[in-house]
Design a protein. Structure first.
Length: 258
């Protein structure tokens, strides 16, 4: 199999770690009207005024750089890839990334093939996941966590853009209200949100290019691409069933909006 074809499918496994956050939201970007909470004058008191405290909003992971190592092995139903990801352990420095040798890594790890997937950049703001099964490993001088597996049961889908694959990552991707998302709509009405963009096929691609990316993509008949500003939080995926993930021809990755 060609390396590019394998990357197109196996790179679908992009995931992230991160602690659990309690948050809710709708999948659609529907307008909402927020009513400010009513306030009442404070009651008179002789006690010292309480110190005001605020809850700091966690830093967004959007735009953070990462890389992956994918270890491929034969499986009874086809091909399975175990996915290791550098986020949030580091930003995958370019010099260290270029030192990695996929052939040597495969031999060390007992895999049939090791693919180097990156650099990539996140587009969600945060991730909820169960970290109980996360395992850390070193690849050269880059530390990575194991976050997901990809099972390819239909090997004819390898190398095909816009072909969804099943990714077991046990996580929920969260896009905050007010953020711009980049969305594919399939001919059957399914919608996929871009979760990460890649510089593997276009080293100059930046986040600023994504709004106009539709003119560059060779979309299947009946498909469309658009930039949408969220008015509500968007939550994509569930911890209890595999995600459906596809890539475009530039290796940008998208998750199905359930």
């Amino acid at each position: 199999m060609k390396r590019t074809a394998l990357l197109l499918v196996m790179g679908l496994a992009v995931t992230a770690c991160g602690g659990s956050q309690d948050s809710t939201g709708d999948d659609a970007a529907a307008p909402t009207t927020d009513s400010p909470a009513a306030t009442e004058p404070a009651a008179a008191t002789t006690e010292p005024a309480a110190t005001t405290s605020t809850t700091e909003v966690p830093e967004s992971m959007r735009g953070k750089r990462y890389c992956e190592v994918l270890l491929l092995s034969p499986a009874p139903t086809g091909i399975e890839a175990t996915v290791y990801n550098s986020y949030p352990l580091g930003d995958c420095p370019d010099a260290q990334w270029k030192e990695l040798d996929g052939v040597a890594i495969a031999a060390e790890q007992g895999a049939a093939l090791a693919l180097l997937n990156g650099p990539r950049y996140w587009l969600m703001d945060s991730v909820e996941r169960d970290a109980s099964d996360v395992i850390s490993s070193m690849f050269g001088s880059i530390e990575m966590n194991r976050y997901a597996t990809v099972a390819i049961t239909d090997t004819t889908s390898i190398g095909r853009s816009y072909a969804p694959q099943s990714v077991d990552r046990k996580s929920v991707f969260i896009f905050r209200a007010g953020q711009t998302i980049y969305r594919l709509t399939a001919d059957d009405g399914r919608q996929f949100v871009m979760q990460s963009w890649s510089q593997q096929n276009d080293a100059t691609l930046s986040e600023g290019d994504l709004a106009g990316l539709g003119s560059r993509l060779q979309l299947p008949a009946g498909w469309s691409y658009e930039a949408v500003t969220l008015t509500d939080e968007l939550r994509v995926g569930t911890p209890d069933r595999p995600a459906q993930v596809l890539q475009d021809e530039l290796l940008n990755s998208y998750s199905l909006i359930d």
